[in-house]
Design a protein around this ligand. Structure first.
Ligand SMILES: Cc1ncc(COP(=O)(O)O)c(C=O)c1O
Length: 381
């Protein structure tokens, strides 16, 4: 499929009213929140337009989501999903809150791995659970799970583990050995694993994401839930539709107890079903574009900002940039915003180890990505 992902202009994007394009003054170039600067895949656009033109804007009917997801999971990952194990939710964070509500009690310890997607901390607090942070390890080989610390946290009575797979903000794709070790430890200590796989379809060339539930099943871990959405891969975050996949029949029964008082949206359901049923050619083309941008960002940084540390992510369109060698006194995100007029995500929000880092969203056109880095360079110049 031939899609020109570089065709959108800044003038067109500035007319958008989404969070990314309205949170800052118009002279700021936004590269922060995880939404992409792309046009919709044509079948999704057509499904939404048809609904709007025919006044089909009533309450959602989510019946088709589970079979559409099962079809996609089989085709993209070779993962056999029983549609009966799929529940629909408005978004992944609502699904996380709801899942925590049924797999743990107030005050329970919930493990996360910093630096990690900041709303995890917030959601765990909002449902009155306690964050049990097990920081990731970083060395010359990159980022890894700290299994010793993880086992101590499991043994210390944690109720659940929110595994970000692939990881946001690092883009790490966990390998099968890591996932199997997580599943074995979780089974041994009676910890529920909640695998957030929202970025999973967006792997870089040569990388392979393994759905956590395929490993959990092999290891005999039933207390597992995968959180899913088409929202990152097809840029549908504003439409509100996500999924929970139960790792066992017992877990399905527990998830069925979730009160669905925040319902998913009808347009989100239509877009999601269309994405899972017809969106693979576009998704393949998007992955090629993101591969190009990963390399472009590497080259731009090497040429213009060589002091910034960048390990190209194995998945997704978010880059974690280590700015500690820049010697900035303020947080780098403030320097880039105030002096360069470019908005990135604040590394500190992902965990204390992120204080000298920023997260950059490269899910945009090559010219805009180039300008993002030029503005960063100007901020330091
Ligand atoms: C790891 C991760 N989980 C969840 C979300 C949010 O998903 P939703 O908008 O479906 O709540 C994001 C958004 O960037 C994310 O990166």
């Amino acid at each position: 499929m031939n899609v020109d992902f570089d065709a959108l202009t800044l003038a067109e994007l500035r007319r958008r009213r989404s969070a990314k394009w309205t949170a800052f003054p118009p002279d700021v170039l936004p590269a922060w929140i995880a939404e992409m600067d792309v046009l919709l895949d044509a079948p999704i656009r057509d499904a939404l337009l048809a609904a709007i033109e025919s006044g089909d804007t009533g309450y959602a009917n989510a019946r088709d989501v589970a079979p559409a997801f099962a079809r996609f999971a089989a085709s993209w990952f070779g993962w056999t999903v029983d549609p009966a194990r799929v529940l629909v939710s408005p978004d992944v964070l609502a699904a996380l809150a709801a899942t925590l509500g049924v797999v743990s009690s107030p005050g329970a310890k919930i493990i996360v791995n910093s630096p990690v997607y900041p709303p995890f901390y917030r959601v765990i607090g909002e449902v009155a659970r306690t964050v049990d942070n097990v920081p990731l390890r970083h060395d010359a080989d990159g980022w890894s799970l700290h299994f010793g610390a993880l086992e101590r946290a499991f043994a210390g009575g944690a109720a659940a583990y929110v595994l970000c797979s692939p990881h946001n903000p690092l883009g790490t794709v966990w390998d099968d050995g890591d996932l199997a070790r997580v599943a074995e430890l979780a089974r041994h200590y009676g910890v529920t694993v909640i695998a957030d796989e929202i970025h999973a379809p967006l792997t870089a060339a040569g990388e392979r994401h393994t759905p956590f539930l395929t490993i959990a099943e092999r290891v005999g871990l039933g207390d597992a839930v995968a959180l899913w959405s088409a929202s990152k891969s097809w840029n549908l975050a504003g439409l509100k539709c996500a999924l929970m996949v139960a790792g066992s029949e017992a877990m399905r029964r527990r998830l069925r107890a979730i009160p669905l008082d925040v319902p998913y949206g009808h347009l989100g359901v239509l877009a999601t079903v269309t994405a899972f049923e017809q969106g693979e050619p576009w998704l393949r083309a998007l992955c090629v574009h993101l591969d190009r941008n990963r390399r472009l960002l590497r080259d731009l940084l090497a040429e213009r900002l060589p002091a910034i540390g960048y390990e190209p992510p194995q998945a997704g369109y978010l880059a974690w940039l280590d700015c500690s060698a820049l010697g900035l006194e303020d947080q780098p995100v403030d320097v880039f915003l105030e002096r360069g007029r470019v908005a990135l995500s604040r590394g500190r929000d992902f965990g204390t180890e992120g204080a000298a880092c920023v997260r950059l969203n490269f899910g945009t056109t090559a010219p805009i990505l180039t300008e993002v880095v030029e503005r960063m360079q100007r901020a330091l110049g």
